[in-house]
Unconditional design. Structure first.
Length: 202
């Protein structure tokens, strides 16, 4: 067995946990809408999305996975726009292949909307928490905090601020306990839900 095999299996388990965690998330309901009548296909595509996100973050960010694969945090920490550009092009191609016709249209609209709201790293480093999720069957076990903590410590040591987006009151309350504060609230047109931008400033 190769040395990378255990890590591949762990990532696969984490992708399942993340797909379960985001099953009812407004963003993922919108971008996976073409597969609403095909739940197994929808779940498979969500797992592919999260596997891709983790692989991307291993190149331009950080990934922290629970030892049992029950949750993960996925961060983009790269600050060099020249290095980020090819990854953005690759992700555009990936999502076009992954999502259906209506889903990719929703994806582009939501991402465009979000880009108008997100804080800009003009005069300061800024890390982005892209994904945080835990298998619903293990909520309350401290997994979310555990997969957040190492990157937050690194951010503190580096003197780096971070930000994220969320749609839910529950997530807002959770992040608030970790020092994140809401800096923007807007209704996102595709989902019709209030999107909040939260920042953690040092």
């Amino acid at each position: 067995m190769s040395e990378t095999k255990p890590q591949e299996l762990l990532r696969a388990k984490a992708s399942v946990a993340l797909a379960q965690a985001f099953d009812q998330d407004p963003f993922f309901r919108a971008i996976m809408c073409d597969f609403d009548e095909y739940p197994e296909e929808r779940e498979c595509r969500m797992q592919r999305y999260f596997l891709y996100a983790m692989e991307e973050a291993f190149e331009i960010g950080r990934v922290e996975i629970d030892p049992e694969g029950l949750g993960a945090s996925v961060w983009i920490t790269e600050q060099n726009q020249g290095r980020l550009t090819p990854f953005a092009r690759e992700k555009s191609s990936f999502t076009k292949d992954l999502l259906g016709r209506r889903g990719i249209e929703n994806y582009r609209k939501i991402v465009g909307f979000m880009s108008e709201l997100t804080p800009k790293a003009v005069d300061r480093p800024l890390w982005y928490l892209s994904i945080l999720g835990v298998s619903p069957s293990h909520h309350g076990a401290g997994i979310a905090q555990a997969v957040m903590a190492p990157v937050m410590r690194s951010a503190d040591l580096a003197g780096v601020d971070s930000y994220l987006e969320t749609y839910t009151d529950r997530a807002e309350a959770f992040y608030g306990k970790l020092g994140y504060q809401v800096t923007c609230r807007r209704t996102e047109p595709v989902t019709g839900r209030e999107c909040r931008i939260l920042e953690r400033r040092l």
